[in-house]
Ligand binder design. Structure first.
Ligand code: AMP
Ligand code: DBH
Length: 548
């Protein structure tokens, strides 16, 4: 099978120091389980239990596994080979879960894109991951992804295969895939990279996060205990399923690991989700703060029976205490705050924590071996209770991004700590409180936007002399993005600049919410301060003017 003309690909690796790895195994965190391994075991143990509900589909565990094997065999018959990377861009549909399980079964490596991503992002993922295939929906939320597939193949010809859920047009439809089950490989090495997750990207484009079977399975198995997920649970995926939060904290993978039921909501709003909660007797759901507030408000007015809901998790962005109170009052169930990151570390308030802890903090790490270090600007540990930069290491936190030496040099210390970019304090009981962040990104309702990435796109406009993008507090979104623009000779209209950014093939959530034209960035700013200070000055001046 070796093709000498095949281009050399960067191997996928995620390696912890051997002493650490030995400890993580001895402590029972890494158990040598794999995705295809546990899915096969669940299908055999309770074949007739419902695994996945979405649209008209109700798959049992046996059916989910059969679907995964059919698609896996089909992909290998198409010429894909174990180790190949596959960008997957599907919405909250059962086919997303079947496809990801199929890729694991065939030892192909999913690279997760969000439905909101467009050509610029998808092409970036495909290039960085050296992907040979792309999986998309025919249409999702009104967008035809086959158009994107055509553009992607033009831009990244190495993406030789396209598979479509729905009408494939000139591409292969996922429904038509089939092949010889006997050609399927055995189970992978539990230490191997199972998939590439996407980081929010604080500087420039998103980074790719290689997660191993052992480390990721540990994170959601342990999350199940903390979040009360067992075989009787019904977990609702309301946020985009490719997000790390609804995927693994405990997410749909946690639910599948427990033998529970996963229900996919095609949208995050109460209008779509509430009827599903009532019909399927949903017990647990993960939300971002603005949605949680929307749900809390709608719960008081709905005719749908939400009494099955036991735990509402809120994370992805800071939930302030007053909002936490409203969520509890409105939904009348247990609130769990979740502070996590696709790079690893996840913190939870515990279901039996005192009320004030749940309201005031973002919880504590999953693992006794999650190491947390809080340091000042010079790297010195801050006194207990003080605010500083959060660094972390542990049994499910990565040591390096894929194919990105510059980002690795920035984001990891020499002794393997991940610099989260978050500013936190730790309370006397050990709970973390997120106080802000050190990096310039906008956390727009849980979607992270890199200021630098958007500035680059604005600067490409012929009538933009300079641009600085900052986060502005927003009552609904938590933060919105505001672009300060020094125009060229002709001042473009704000709508024109927004259309420009969109036209660069970017996810809609990255288009600046607001554009403010300024003549200059201030005399003190010119050439004397960093972009970071400049952004801070612009934000402060703008907020002062708004207040006045
Ligand atoms: P990412 O690295 O793209 O997965 O994004 C993770 C980041 O989201 C964290 O480093 C935090 O900045 C932010 N985040 C996630 N959950 C919370 C939370 N509960 N409160 C505040 N910030 C959060
Ligand atoms: O924001 C995140 O990335 C996030 C939030 C909550 C996350 O990755 C997670 C839980 O696992």
């Amino acid at each position: 099978m070796s093709d000498t003309s095949a281009p050399q690909r960067l191997p996928l690796r995620q390696v912890w120091p051997e002493t650490q790895a030995a400890h993580y195994r001895a402590a029972g965190y890494w158990r040598g389980e794999t995705f295809p391994g546990f899915l096969r075991v669940r299908a055999a143990a309770h074949p007739d239990a419902i695994a996945v509900v979405g649209g008209a589909v109700r798959w049992t565990y046996a059916q989910l596994w059969a679907e995964a094997e059919r698609i896996a065999a089909g992909l290998l018959a198409q010429g894909l080979a174990p180790g190949d990377r596959v960008v997957v861009q599907l919405g909250n549909v059962p086919e997303f879960i079947a496809m990801v399980c199929a890729l694991f079964r065939a030892q192909l490596v999913p690279v997760y894109a969000l439905p909101a991503h467009r050509l610029t992002e998808v092409a970036h993922f495909a290039r960085k991951a050296e992907a040979s295939a792309y999986v998309c929906a025919e249409k999702y939320e009104g967008f035809d992804y086959r158009t994107l597939a055509r553009e992607l193949q033009r831009e990244v010809p190495a993406v030789r295969h396209v598979y479509v859920v729905g009408d494939g047009a000139e591409f292969v439809s996922v429904a038509a895939l089939d092949g010889d089950r006997a050609a399927l490989p055995g189970d992978p090495d539990p230490q191997s990279v199972a998939f590439l997750q996407i980081s929010g990207g604080s500087t420039g484009l998103s980074k790719l996060i290689p997660r191993t079977h052992d480390d990721y399975i540990y994170s959601f198995r342990a999350s199940n205990d903390i979040c009360g997920i067992d075989r009787d649970s019904v977990y609702l995926v309301a946020l985009p399923a490719a997000h790390n939060f609804p995927m693994s904290s405990p997410g749909f993978f946690g639910a599948l690991y427990a033998g529970a039921r996963v229900v996919l909501s095609p949208g995050p709003g109460p209008d779509v989700a509430f009827p599903l909660i009532a019909r399927e007797r949903v017990t647990c759901v993960g939300l971002v703060p603005p949605l949680a507030l929307l749900w809390a408000d709608a719960a008081g007015k709905t005719a749908h029976d939400l009494s099955s809901l036991r735990v509402v998790q809120v994370g992805g962005a800071k939930l302030v205490p007053e909002a936490a109170r409203r969520v509890i009052a409105g939904l009348g169930c247990t609130l769990q705050q979740v502070f996590g990151m696709a790079e690893g570390l996840v913190n939870y308030t515990r279901l039996d924590d005192p009320h004030e802890v749940v309201i005031q903090t973002q919880g504590r790490p999953i693992s006794p071996d999650d190491e947390v270090l809080i340091v000042d600007d010079h790297g010195a540990p801050v006194p207990e209770g003080g605010t500083g930069h959060l660094l972390t290491r542990g049994p499910y936190t990565i040591r390096a991004y894929h194919n990105d030496p510059a980002a690795n040099a920035r984001s990891f210390t020499d002794d393997g700590w991940y610099r989260t970019g978050d500013m936190v304090l730790r309370t006397a009981e050990g709970n973390l409180v997120v106080q802000g962040r050190a990096t310039d990104h906008i956390n727009r309702a849980g979607e992270k936007i890199s200021a630098e990435e958007i500035e680059d796109h604005l600067l490409a406009h012929p009538q933009v002399f300079d641009a600085a993008v900052v986060s502005i507090p927003d009552d609904f979104l938590g933060e919105r993005s505001c672009a300060f623009v020094i125009p060229g000779e002709v001042r473009p209209r704000p709508a024109e600049l927004k259309a420009w950014v969109r036209g660069r093939g970017l996810a809609g959530f990255k288009v600046p919410d607001q554009i403010v034209f300024v003549d200059a960035f201030g005399t003190t700013a010119v050439g004397k301060v960093s972009r970071r200070e400049l952004r801070a000055q612009l934000r402060a001046r703008f907020l002062a003017e708004q207040g006045a």
